[in-house]
Design a protein around this ligand. Structure first.
Ligand SMILES: *Cc1c(COP(=O)(O)O)cnc(C)c1O
Length: 369
């Protein structure tokens, strides 16, 4: 343990926390911050000190930097991962399921026919800057464009975030649209990462949304509580707990190793409230495409007070072909999972299909003869 921490301490550095609305991850360059310390500093510090170079990552994980280099080729969607998430990776294991979610492998550069850039067709439904209205009664608001972590399977890696950057001064058109359509019952804060907004800005946004009478539910889709657990500050939790609307927080967690005592600890206030805690996962080849991993994930989520919601079949997005799981295999897995677990711990296997009015449910097992 001592040795590990020595290595961690030697390579990682502290920058001053950034007090901007959107925190810009910055290169780790000066003083030091150990993996251990990253679990206890404030969320801004943890966020601004991301690992974005292979040498640092190799040192932290006791991996051979040359070996790592052989498999990796950086592209414009660069390596970016905060230390608290790195702390849950196994040392000296190139196949670690958390590492593989953030490592820009050469495999991403494969040109696979049928894979496209805007797999979700979201541009079609982009009714206002930062607002996607695709399904009835609910809208998706891109509250913040950046993310503390670059997940390699990200289906929004090609989304025109710059055109959809919503600063408080630019909320109004989206809010007006919502205000003028009383069929909208739910606002979903998505991203990017909605929790990149600081508590003050997020509170203002929640206040604005809750001032619209016909909005009954607010949902926040976030990977932050997994990646940097201390993002769930007491202030943020308090605001969510005191909300007028029903609040659901949908976490993004793909593997049981992503849930540790720190994640559980920071979820406690919400678990003890009437905020609904759900999780969605992406089915990823080499990471969670087996029944043992998926059932352990469901059990671990439940232990943390979180109920599995969706399991996403992978979308045909450029750069993610190596994660894609055949539908037939995905459906087999979902069937096996339903044999092992109570119904409420079996996530619904879904996929986004162009032009459909809801996410498309994949039947539990492939049609057999
Ligand atoms: C997934 C999604 C939603 C929410 O769908 P639910 O099935 O209610 O979880 C809403 N809008 C868009 C554009 C989506 O992609």
């Amino acid at each position: 343990m001592l040795e590990q921490d020595a290595i961690a301490t030697a390579t990682v550095h502290v920058d001053k926390p950034v007090a901007e609305d959107v925190i810009k991850p910055r290169r780790i360059t000066d003083e030091t911050l150990s993996l251990q310390a990253s679990l206890h500093c404030d969320w801004q510090t943890a966020t601004s000190n991301t690992v974005d170079d292979l040498e640092t990552l190799a040192a932290l994980l006791q991996l051979d930097a040359l070996e790592l280099r052989k498999q990796v080729e950086t592209n414009e969607f660069q390596l970016r991962v905060p230390l608290p998430f790195v702390s849950r990776m196994r040392k000296a294991d190139l196949r670690d399921p958390l590492l593989l979610q953030v490592l820009p492998l050469k495999l991403e550069l494969l040109d696979v026919p049928g894979n496209h850039h805007d797999a979700l067709d979201e541009k079609t439904y982009n009714v206002r800057p930062g607002l996607v209205h695709k399904y009835k009664a609910r809208v998706l608001l891109t509250a913040a464009v950046s993310c503390p972590v670059n997940c390699r399977y990200c289906f929004r890696r090609h989304f025109p975030y710059d055109e959809n950057r919503l600063t408080p001064s630019r909320w109004q058109p989206a809010l007006d649209y919502i205000r003028h359509d009383s069929s909208i019952k739910e606002v979903i804060l998505s991203g990017g990462e909605p929790l990149m907004l600081n508590d003050r800005t997020l509170t203002r946004l929640l206040d604005e949304i809750e001032s619209i009478e016909h909005i009954k539910h607010i949902r926040i889709h976030s990977r932050y509580p997994i990646v940097v657990p201390q993002r769930l500050t007491p202030e943020l939790c308090k605001r969510l707990i005191q909300a007028r609307c029903n609040i659901a927080l949908v976490l993004h967690c793909n593997h049981p190793n992503e849930i540790d005592k720190h994640v559980k600890h920071h979820l406690t206030a919400l678990v003890n409230s009437r905020v609904t805690l759900l999780n969605q996962s992406v089915l990823l080849k080499g990471i969670n495409n087996d029944v043992d991993t998926l059932s352990t994930l469901s059990e671990s989520l439940y232990d943390a007070g979180v109920i599995p919601y969706y399991l996403h079949a992978t979308d045909p997005v450029v750069g993610t072909a190596h994660f894609q799981v055949d539908d037939a295999l995905a459906q087999d897995l979902a069937l096996e999972l339903s044999y092992r677990l109570p119904g409420y711990l079996v996530p619904t296997l879904v996929r986004e299909v162009h032009g459909k009015q809801a996410k498309t449910r994949l039947p539990l097992a492939p049609a057999s003869d």
